[in-house]
Design a protein. Structure first.
Length: 518
C-alpha cells in the first residue's frame, strides 16, 4: 500500500510539473484558468522561436509561449495577468518579423497569434462603407490578397512583403509604393476588435471607442491586441506595367518623384531606391532586370559609385489594355531619367504584390535570408533635408563604407494621407511631403551585423548633430523615456494617457521598451 501511494504521489507530481512547469518560478500560475494553463508551453523549440526575430540581433527569453485557440483565450490570459498580484508581461507575436525584439516578452508570455483557429477573412460590401474585408488579426496580408482577389477586390495599401501579420503591420503603419496616394495601411481601416491590457474585448472605430481606435493604429502594440480589422477594399486590376528609370543625379531623381506624386492617377504606385556599384548578390530587389540590363545598370553604378532608380507601377485591366502604353509614354515624357535607361516589365497584379516572396524563395535556396542578421534602419526624413541626407548619409557613409548591398529605399510620402489622431509618428516639418528611407541591411554573421548596427547609430547621431529632424519608423534605438518623448513630440501626452487608460499595468508589448526599459 505504501509503495502504491509513493508511485501515485510521484505520478501526480510529474503530471503537475509538466502541466505547470513554471510552478517553481515567480509566474502566477495559481490565477490561471485551467484552459489557459494548458495552452501555455515551455517547449524549448517554441521558446527558442519567440526569443528571436527577423533581425537576429536581440534575444529575450519568455517564461512561456501561449497558443490560443480563440480570442477568449487571449482575453482570459490578459485578465489573469491584470488581476495577478504581480502582473506578467504579454507580447502578441504576428510573425516575429520585427528586427529589434519588439514582439518579445522577457520573463513574460508571448502569444503566438498564428495558433488562433477561429478567425478568418470575410469579404463584404454595403452602400455606406463600400467594399471591405473583416480580417482576423493574425492573418498574413498574403491571405488577405488570396481571399479578396477571388471576389475581384483587393486592399488599397500594402507592404512590400506580404508574409507579415495584419495586427503586426497595423501596430506600426504599413507603408509601400501606394502610401503617397492612399496613405499607409492604418489610414485604410474602418473598424477593429481589440483586447485591451485589462483583458476587455472592445470594438472600436472612428465613432465607437475612437480613443482606442486611434491609439491602436500605429500604437506599437501598447494598448491592446488586435483580433479583427476591417480593411478597405477596391476593385482589383488584373495586370501591372512595372517600370524602373535610372538617374545619375539625386536632385533630379527626387524632383521627378515629386512630379510623379503630383500627377499620379488613382491606379499608380511609386517608389525609389539606390543602386550601389557592388552587384547586389543578396538583395531582394535584384532580379527585376534581365542579365543584359543588369550589366548595363551595374556598369553605370560602378562609374558613379551610386545611382538612383525611380520605380513607377501602373495598374491596368482589359478595359485599359489598348491605352495603357500611350498613357505611360505620356507620363515618362515629363521625366528626366538618363536616356536609354528605362526598363519595363508587364506582370500580373498578384505576382507584382507578391514579388518579395519570389525573391525570398530564391535567396533561401542560396542560403541567404533566414540565416542573415538584419540591422535595419527605417527613417522618415523631412523634405527640406533630403538632399543633405543624400550627401551626408548615402554618399559619405553608405557608399563610402560599402558594408552592405541593401536594399536601400527612398521615396516620398504625403502627410495629408496620414491621420494625425493615430499613434503613428511622422516628421514634424509642416509641409505636405516627407521621405521614407529604408536601409535594409543583411549581414552574414554577428560581427558584420554589429558593424552595421553601429553604423545605424552613427547615422542617427549625425542627423542629430546636423539638425535633420528624422523620425524612426519601426523604432528600435530608443533607450530612455526622454528619447521616446522626443520621438512622439506633441503626441507623447496623449500616448501616455491612452496607456494609463487601456493598459494601466503596462502588460502589453514590453519588447518595444517604451514603458518598460530592459
Ligand atoms: P511582429 O514582429 O510579430 O510584431 C510587431 C509588434 O506588433 C510587436 O510589438 C507585437 O507585440 C505587436 N503585435 C503583433 N501582432 C499584434 C496584434 N494582433 N495586435 C497588437 N499588436 C500586435 N513594413 C512596412 O511598413 N512596409 C514594408 O514594405 C515592410 N516590408 C518588410 C519586409 C520584410 C522582409 C520584413 C521582415 C519586414 C517588413 N516590414 C515592412 C516591417 C514589418 O511591417 C514590421 O516588422 C511588422 O511588425 C511585422 O509584422 P509581424 O506580423 O511580423 O509583427
Amino acid at each position: 500500500y505504501i509503495i502504491l501511494l509513493y508511485i501515485i504521489n510521484n505520478l501526480v507530481s510529474v503530471i503537475s510539473t509538466n502541466l505547470t512547469p513554471w510552478k517553481n518560478t515567480s509566474f502566477p500560475y495559481e490565477t490561471l484558468h485551467v484552459e489557459i494553463a494548458t495552452k501555455l508551453s515551455q517547449d524549448p523549440i517554441s521558446i527558442k522561436t519567440v526569443s528571436s526575430d527577423f533581425g537576429k540581433l536581440i534575444q529575450e527569453t519568455p517564461t512561456a509561449v501561449f497558443h490560443p485557440s480563440t480570442i477568449s483565450d487571449i482575453a482570459r490570459l490578459i485578465k489573469a495577468s491584470y488581476t495577478a498580484s504581480t502582473p506578467f508581461k504579454i507580447a502578441a507575436r504576428g510573425r516575429g518579423h520585427s528586427v529589434g525584439g519588439q514582439a518579445m516578452a522577457k520573463d513574460g508570455v508571448v502569444v503566438e497569434m498564428s495558433s488562433l483557429v477561429d478567425g478568418g477573412i470575410r469579404v463584404c460590401g454595403c452602400e455606406s462603407l463600400g467594399f471591405y474585408a473583416d480580417v482576423s488579426g493574425e492573418k498574413f496580408w498574403i491571405d488577405v490578397l488570396k481571399t479578396t482577389i477571388e471576389h475581384g477586390l483587393a486592399p488599397v495599401s500594402w507592404t512590400d512583403y506580404l508574409y507579415l501579420s495584419v495586427g503586426g503591420t497595423l501596430s506600426n503603419a504599413g507603408i509601400s509604393g501606394q502610401s503617397f496616394l492612399h496613405g499607409p495601411q492604418i489610414s485604410n481601416v474602418l473598424e477593429m476588435d481589440v483586447i485591451t491590457g485589462k483583458g476587455d474585448f472592445m470594438t472600436c472605430s472612428k465613432t465607437i471607442n475612437s480613443e482606442l481606435f486611434y491609439g491602436v493604429l500605429g500604437g506599437l502594440g501598447q494598448f491592446g491586441i488586435i483580433t479583427r480589422a476591417r480593411i478597405v477594399l477596391q476593385k482589383a486590376p488584373t495586370r501591372v506595367k512595372w517600370v524602373r528609370m535610372i538617374y545619375e543625379d539625386f536632385a533630379t531623381f527626387t524632383k521627378d518623384q515629386v512630379k510623379e506624386m503630383v500627377q499620379a492617377f488613382i491606379d499608380t504606385e511609386m517608389k525609389g531606391s539606390l543602386i550601389m556599384k557592388k552587384s547586389p548578390a543578396n538583395n531582394w530587389r535584384s532580379s527585376f532586370f534581365s542579365i543584359h540590363d543588369e550589366a548595363k545598370v551595374n556598369s553605370l553604378a560602378t562609374k558613379h559609385g551610386i545611382i538612383y532608380s525611380l520605380e513607377v507601377v501602373k495598374y491596368y485591366d482589359d478595359f485599359s489594355i489598348k491605352t495603357i502604353d500611350e498613357e505611360l509614354d505620356e507620363m515618362f515624357n515629363e521625366l528626366s531619367f538618363k536616356t536609354g535607361f528605362i526598363f519595363k516589365k508587364d506582370v500580373t497584379f498578384v505576382d507584382f504584390l507578391n514579388r518579395v516572396r519570389t525573391e525570398e524563395v530564391k535567396l533561401r535556396s542560396e542560403g541567404f535570408w533566414d540565416i542573415d542578421h538584419h540591422p535595419w534602419l527605417n527613417l522618415f526624413v523631412p523634405k527640406s533635408h533630403i538632399l543633405e541626407f543624400n550627401q551626408r548619409v548615402f554618399v559619405d557613409i553608405i557608399k563610402k563604407e560599402s558594408k552592405s548591398s541593401g536594399p536601400f529605399l527612398v521615396y516620398p510620402m504625403n502627410r495629408k494621407r496620414w491621420d494625425y489622431k493615430t499613434s503613428a509618428v511622422i516628421c514634424d516639418e509642416d509641409v505636405d511631403i516627407f521621405y521614407t528611407v529604408g536601409l535594409l541591411h543583411s549581414a552574414r554573421n554577428v560581427e558584420d551585423g554589429k558593424i552595421l548596427d553601429d553604423q545605424n547609430k552613427r547615422i542617427l547621431m549625425l542627423c542629430d548633430e546636423l539638425g535633420i529632424k528624422v523620425k524612426q519608423y519601426l523604432p528600435q534605438y530608443y533607450k530612455t523615456k526622454e528619447e521616446w518623448m522626443k520621438h512622439f513630440g506633441s503626441k507623447w501626452s496623449v500616448f501616455e494617457e491612452r496607456k494609463a487608460k487601456y493598459d494601466p499595468k503596462m502588460i502589453l508589448s514590453p519588447g518595444q521598451n517604451i514603458f518598460n526599459f530592459s
